[in-house]
Ligand binder design. Structure first.
Ligand SMILES: Cc1cc2nc3c(=O)[nH]c(=O)nc-3n(C[C@H](O)[C@H](O)[C@H](O)COP(=O)(O)OP(=O)(O)OC[C@H]3O[C@@H](n4cnc5c(N)ncnc54)[C@H](O)[C@@H]3O)c2cc1C
Length: 476
């Protein structure tokens, strides 16, 4: 964009220096706090491009912020300007949306017409499509469908110099760009620039450090006719893990159909004894002998495969008669009340303690699941563990009660991250690196790869304006 074009569009961009307004944009779900001098709210791609070009020209740090549900400090500014995506929220077609559109609202809308966009971060009703792509977000259904990456066909990308390009998987990475050529761990992961062979995969997961995703074409599929939900209670953890290993055998995964006769769940979620105990007062149906629960979702074509599951549950050593089956409205209500009771109880404990929780987002290979679970159990602090066990991706939530325990929790977190890496896993399976896991990413990938990331960043963003502090540090 020419200088006069930049100036013309800049004149129209909504913006403010009002500290009281900016105050509402300075933090995210990690409680990281930042500062910024100006907030800009562009209403078109041209305005985004003008802001980015202006900031590059004047070396003004620029942080992209969407709905600030990040748990890693990614949208939190370390000075400079903040670019909010909230006004870029047009749905052009079911598969063609602006980056600021709210993910869950769009999914609900298209599902009325039988269409389905599978990525399901728990925060989907609060977060934006552009950020889900920028962070390569996932959720429970990533067991079947993989992360957001797999469901994006093309994006409109405002480069750090303000140039606007559409990229898809046929768009080569320009030959002059420094290469990112490392090998990701073979687990669910959202850590570091993707070792891409095309421009689309490079920008997906780059957490706002390589540009702004202003619009996206989504890969939609036919929505499942219905979903069968199960909560299966177990008297101990070992039997639950054995059951997970059994039911995920032969299940359909991204790009791989189910084996004949496989039970074929869409999502398998785990809740440990502490999680159930913490939420006990809110769960009227909790069987007294339950020490673990698995929440399982099975998409089907209108004929719920109840018999096959029932047989497997009975044989597994589960508290079979206490299983909650959600194949009608009443069942779904019971399932949701149990499911929501647990995070609600965790949040209440955090408030009562007056201390932040320290939560992990590590994933490990199948064969390392039990070792990692044992490492979680060994932490001698109040804790609950739950999450996406189908992907060996559990969230351990440490719940410190005072400053000493908080320091212990933070130290334990680092040790557990190292253990996950040692076992062939990742320091972030879905929440990304942001500002608070930079050191862990460096430990995971090593300094040569960090230098590759830095070289690419420097090439695209010579004044290092975008997402300063996110993912990689600016070299001195
Ligand atoms: C309760 C809770 C549950 C969560 N559950 C999950 C989960 O199950 N799975 C999961 O993956 N994550 C989860 N998250 C993390 C978070 O919700 C996701 O990463 C989400 O995609 C962030 O969306 P957002 O709109 O809030 O973006 P923000 O938090 O505002 O920004 C996130 C990052 O993306 C960048 N960014 C935002 N928009 C753009 C854009 N258009 N172009 C380029 N960069 C951009 C920002 O600079 C920042 O680095 C959860 C968070 C919370 C609080």
């Amino acid at each position: 964009m020419h200088e006069d074009g930049i100036q013309r569009h800049m004149r129209d961009v909504l913006n403010t220096e009002d500290a009281d307004v900016i105050e509402g944009y300075l933090t995210d779900a990690s409680n990281t706090r930042g500062h910024a001098e100006r907030l800009v709210l562009p209403q078109s791609t041209k305005e985004v491009a003008a802001v980015v070009a202006h900031c590059q020209h004047h070396a003004i740090p620029l942080t992209v912020t969407a709905q600030r549900t990040s748990t890693t400090g990614g949208p939190v500014p370390e000075g400079g300007w903040l670019l909010s995506m909230e006004k870029l929220n047009t749905v052009h077609a079911p598969d063609d949306v602006d980056g600021g559109v709210i993910l869950g609202a769009h999914q609900a809308e298209i599902q009325h017409d039988g269409l389905y966009f599978p990525p399901d971060p728990t925060s989907r009703h609060e977060c934006s499509v552009g950020a889900a792509i920028a962070c390569n977000a996932s959720g429970a259904r990533s067991f079947r469908y993989g992360p957001t990456r797999a469901w994006v066909k093309a994006v409109e990308w405002v480069l750090p110099n303000g140039e606007v390009i559409w990229v898809d998987r046929d768009t080569p990475i320009p030959s002059g760009w420094p290469q990112v050529g490392w090998k990701e761990p073979e687990v669910k992961t959202a850590a570091g620039f993707f070792p891409a062979d095309n421009a689309l995969d490079l920008v997906i997961g780059s957490e706002g450090a390589l540009g702004v995703i202003t619009r996206a074409r989504l890969n939609l599929i036919e929505a499942p006719v219905d979903v069968l939900g199960l909560i299966v209670f177990f008297p101990n953890e070992a039997e639950a893990v054995e059951f997970v290993n059994q039911v995920r055998r032969g299940a359909a995964r991204l790009g791989q159909p189910a084996a004949p006769g496989a039970l074929n769940p869409t999502a398998i979620e785990f809740f440990d004894a502490n999680a159930l105990q913490l939420a006990a007062s809110r769960i009227p149906d909790l069987p007294p002998a339950a020490r673990t629960a698995l929440f399982i979702e099975i998409e089907h074509d209108g004929d719920p495969p109840v018999d096959g599951w029932w047989e497997a549950i009975v044989e597994s050593g589960a508290l079979a008669d206490d299983t909650i089956v959600a194949d009608d409205e009443a069942g779904r209500r019971r399932l949701h009340s149990v499911r929501h009771a647990i995070p609600a109880a965790v949040n209440e404990t955090v408030v009562a303690n007056g201390m932040p929780k320290v939560g992990t987002d590590f994933a490990v290979p199948d064969e390392a699941l039990l070792t990692m679970m044992n490492a979680y159990q060994a932490v001698e602090l109040p804790k609950v563990c739950f999450g996406h066990i189908g992907d060996n991706h559990l969230h351990l939530n440490l719940l410190p009660r005072d400053a000493t325990e908080l320091a212990t929790a933070r130290e334990a977190y680092v040790q557990l991250a190292r253990e996950a890496v040692r076992l062939g896993g990742t320091v972030s399976a879905e929440h990304g690196i942001g500002k608070i896991k930079r050191a862990l990413l460096a430990e995971m990938v090593g300094c040569e790869v960090v230098e590759q990331f830095q070289a690419l960043k420097r090439h695209l963003d010579p004044n290092w304006i975008l997402g300063r502090g996110t993912m990689i540090a600016k070299p001195d």
